[in-house]
Design a protein around this ligand. Sequence first.
Ligand code: MG
Length: 348
Amino acid sequence: MNRPQPPLVTPGTFSTAEQPGRPPSDAIVLFDGTPATLDKWEADKNVPEPTKWVVKDGTLQCVPGSGYIRTKEQFGDCQLHVEWAAPSKVEGNSQGRGNSGIFLMGQTEVQVLDNFNNPTYADGFAGSVYGVNPPYANALHAPGEWQVYDIIFRRPIFKDGKMLDSGHFTVLMNGVVVQEATPLEGGGGHMGRSSDHPLLDKGPLKLQDHGNPVRYRNIWYRPLPARAVDGGDMGVVPTEAATAKKLEIAKNIRNDAAKLEGRAKLLRQMESLCYEVDAATRKEAEAGIAAWVSAMQQVPAAEMPGKKREVLQMRGAVDYLIRFKFLPEGLAAQAAIDKMVKDNGWKK
Ligand code: MG
């Protein structure tokens, strides 16, 4: 309970056929149906220019022939939510029907394709990491209906030319897992396997123009905490903050101990050592344990059964601190407590 609490996030709501859901409170919204959020996008050209894709009825629609679009913002590891709909008027087949794509960091495509009663090659299916891995399942709604992708993306991490993490994709299609920690293997591509190689730390999100007027709505992401191999602790606070928190906790416990007397004080001092091995406190604790042992050894044998709980508690605490090296091994007090326990037949 002393450890930091996870940050609060107010959850969003699920989308319905008619209405996109509300993103969680800490999401960064990339498209919410308003023309204003179109300003977050541009044409994917060397010289940036406004996109020709259009906002229509609260959706972002691909204009065939106008080219890919990309976010002005760049990001890496994320939880990404995207909803898309293929044209309800069915035209073409295989890769030619309702084709678009979601390119994480502008590099690796999670395929958008109308595969509803429309076979194609496996690693080009909707929900595939294109050219890398087919989806586990085809869980698409009919064309014209909204499809929901939830993507958890981790970029590759290289240090000094060595791959520490290949990066990976987890993808849910309409709530069904279709990719599960799929390694990137360099990023994929058409008709050729790529191999692992470093990518930049971040890049724009791109949406593909593959010649079909696919529509999008409700696009948002949440950045993910850094991984351990990337200097993070995968937790709610970075390592430096965790260390600072430990020191703060140790200090608070020592302040509390200063107001106490006897065994209560000793136990609090011992507890503080779990957060910081402060030399003065450790010395006091060792002396306190030794004094407690001496006092306990003066207790008449007939009164010892009433001390069972106290002795076992002290033994547990001393053993713990020694096991995790907060106290030195070979403490005379530890042997003395063990003897007390044995002599009284509490445990072997
Ligand atoms: Mg595509």
